[in-house]
Design a protein around this ligand. Structure first.
Ligand SMILES: Nc1ncnc2c1ncn2[C@@H]1O[C@H](COP(=O)(O)OP(=O)(O)O)[C@@H](O)[C@H]1O
Ligand SMILES: [Mg+2]
Length: 197
């Protein structure tokens, strides 16, 4: 079960006027596709313009909770539900949020679509072959040597999402090109939600 949308301790804040809510750009794709790289760049670009922006990364949630989370379907969904909660809170506070997370399971994707407000889903696309060549975390190497068997994209297929709002192909486009494309999608003044393709 995914923990729901309880708002712990927020009751006294209900009467306080919020800033204009921010947006959530959810970047999903296989390991080494470029999610963290692209998300970091987008947040940095927004901050350089004085726009409040924050990155939540799936690996960060895993690092923080450490051994509590494994790589089974339930744990993957729990990581996503934590990211959803954090993203909504930050967006409610006026931040433009970028989430970088594998988000491989259909249940996780449906949870994101159902619960994240002001959402744009960006599919960070890259072939398994190129991801395995990049392999900055050495995970494809471990999977090839049989040291892990949980790498989605190698040990099992990474299914592309059905209807992403943006397709961000990191094999055929540079980081600069993709960052510019995302910046343009935020609209003039970067205050509106990114627009779908
Ligand atoms: N166009 C691109 N966009 C993003 N990353 C790219 C691109 N081209 C090459 N890369 C490289 O691919 C790797 C992606 O790693 P990372 O961002 O950690 O992926 P992920 O977070 O999806 O696992 C990095 O080494 C990055 O430099
Ligand atoms: Mg990453």
């Amino acid at each position: 079960m995914v923990s729901g949308a309880k708002h712990f301790g927020t009751a006294p804040l209900q009467d306080v006027e919020l800033p204009r809510p921010g947006t959530v750009l959810w970047l999903l794709g296989p390991t080494s596709a470029g999610k963290t790289t692209l998300a970091t760049r987008v947040v940095a670009d927004l901050r350089k313009e004085g726009i409040p922006a924050i990155l939540f990364d799936g690996d960060e949630v895993r690092d923080f909770f450490g051994a509590d989370f494994g790589f089974g379907a339930d744990n993957r969904l729990r990581v996503v539900s934590i990211l959803v909660h954090l993203a909504n809170k930050a967006a409610d506070a006026g931040f433009h949020v970028v989430v970088a997370a594998l988000t491989a399971g259909q249940d996780a994707r449906e949870h994101v679509r159902a619960h994240v407000r002001n959402l744009t889903i960006g599919y960070v696309a890259c072939s398994t072959q190129t991801c395995a060549q990049r392999d900055p975390k050495g995970l494809y190497g471990k999977a090839m040597r049989g040291e892990i068997d949980t790498l989605i994209g190698y040990n099992s297929t990474y299914q592309p999402p059905d209807r992403p709002d943006l397709v961000l192909d990191t094999e055929s486009h540079s980081l600069d090109e993709l960052a510019a494309r995302i910046a343009a999608s935020y609209g003039s003044g970067r205050r509106a939600a990114p627009q779908p393709d």
